[in-house]
Design a protein around this ligand. Structure first.
Ligand code: CS2
Ligand code: MG
Length: 403
């Protein structure tokens, strides 16, 4: 089954997405998400200029060999651009293999290990009342797990606040990086109040998640974890910058609050210490940014050995092709934990026609052959790339801080 064409489509149906399309001599086509929020063109160029020419003539069935050919053949390994490009190739080849076999991808990955994939939605608000209203809206939609983010009093822009009820949070909102402001003590004083408010309003029958978004020092993260233990969060996410893996020992020494890390990771080596030393409870690596299905399953298998469960990234800046691939993997892995589902808005549905379903807080990838996602190139052409950057965060004194 030789590859006859491999091409990259950058489009912006509501937000920027990079999609790889691989075609074979048998007429079977596969797609993969190559979106890296704020650096889309870097991955598009890596694919178009360096990987796509190497794919022509290769056997599409040799997924494992292609993965190592692209990973080891580059010499310069790992990193978000490289691993997102390799991920797109990998997912497109799995899509082709499952379509050629006439089965949904999850069947090829070992079949369903559960009836549905538990997902969490995103409630946010500029005030606690707005947050509560959005939280209630998610409960009314059937979510069993909801992430809560609220504006920090005294700070004019805070991570995670959607543009209005029912809209999807989109951080990449300017053709130059928006400058956000940050003050750790204000956040540390407010976060427990916010969680307490949610538990007081909605009780403990719903999973409550929160994203700290890389902003605390290890000891500050330990203090936050201890302060919110009584609100029993499902997890606090990215409490401290994740590249300093040993820092999580400090957090573990101060709290039993579950920790989720990994959306910025790109390989098993990025999270090896966190997993093998049981410094985290959930690994959030995504199919789009950590080398595709082939490598993500290796990360999840390592995590299973150490009792770490999965909790993959699923923000709106991962395309519906990524969401579908994630659901196929989530349905099959033994140590599944939860899947992020921020959803997609606007004309995305014109470009990506999906088969996955949401029912009463759970999702299923569907039983269409392959990923179950059809990509409409003509529709994509109607939405040209629109340069957007993620924000930069500064402390009140102007110091650049983690965003
Ligand atoms: C966030 C994301 O979904 C999450 O947990 O961390 O919103 C993240 O900020 C974006 O995906 C970055 O593009
Ligand atoms: Mg996050």
């Amino acid at each position: 089954m030789k590859i006859t064409d491999a091409r990259v489509v950058v489009s912006s149906p509501g937000r920027n997405y990079v999609t790889l399309i691989i075609e074979t001599e048998d007429g079977v086509t596969g797609i993969g998400d190559a979106t890296l929020n704020g650096r889309e063109l870097s991955v598009a160029a890596y694919l178009a200029d360096h990987l796509c020419p190497l794919l022509i003539g290769r056997d599409a069935r040799r997924i494992e060999d292609t993965w190592h050919y692209l990973y080891k053949g580059a010499y310069w390994r790992r990193g978000p651009v490289t691993m997102t490009a390799i991920a797109a190739v990998d997912v497109a080849l799995w899509d082709i293999k499952a379509k050629a076999a006439g089965m949904p991808l999850y069947q090829l990955l070992g079949g369903a290990a559960r009836d549905g994939v538990l997902v969490y939605g995103h409630a946010s608000g500029t005030t606690l009342d707005d947050l509560s209203a959005d939280f209630q809206r998610h409960l009314d939609l059937g979510y069993k797990a909801v992430r809560a983010q609220a504006a920090v009093p005294g700070l004019d822009k805070t991570y995670g606040i959607a543009g209005g009820s029912g809209t999807v949070y989109e951080p990449a909102n300017g053709n130059r990086p928006q400058e956000d402001t940050w003050e750790t003590t204000a956040y540390l004083d407010f976060a427990p109040v916010m969680m307490g408010h949610i538990r007081e309003r909605f009780g403990y029958g719903v999973h409550l998640l929160h994203d700290v978004h890389h902003r605390l020092s290890p000891i500050e993260a330990g203090r936050l974890g201890a302060a919110v233990e009584r609100y029993r969060p499902f997890w606090i996410e990215d409490p401290t910058p994740a590249e300093d893996q040993s820092a999580f020992r400090v957090i573990r020494d101060h709290t039993t609050t579950p920790i989720a890390v990994g959306e910025v990771f790109n390989s098993i080596w990025d999270c090896q210490q966190l997993i093998t030393e049981r410094l985290i409870d959930y690994i959030r690596t995504s199919v789009s940014h950590s080398g595709g299905i082939t490598h993500l399953r290796r990360i999840f298998s390592l995590a299973e050995l150490y009792g770490v469960r999965t909790g993959s990234h699923g923000a709106g800046d991962l395309s519906p092709a990524a969401m579908a691939a994630a659901l196929h993997v989530d349905l099959t892995v033994p140590n599944f934990g939860i899947q992020e589902y921020m959803g997609h808005t606007g004309p995305v549905g014109e470009v990506f026609r999906t088969s996955y379903t949401f029912t009463d807080g759970y999702m299923h990838p569907g039983d269409a052959p392959g990923l179950g996602v059809e990509f409409d190139e003509d529709a994509a052409a109607r939405y040209p790339y629109d340069p957007k950057y993620l924000p930069v965060n500064r402390r009140l004194d102007g110091t650049v801080h983690d965003w």
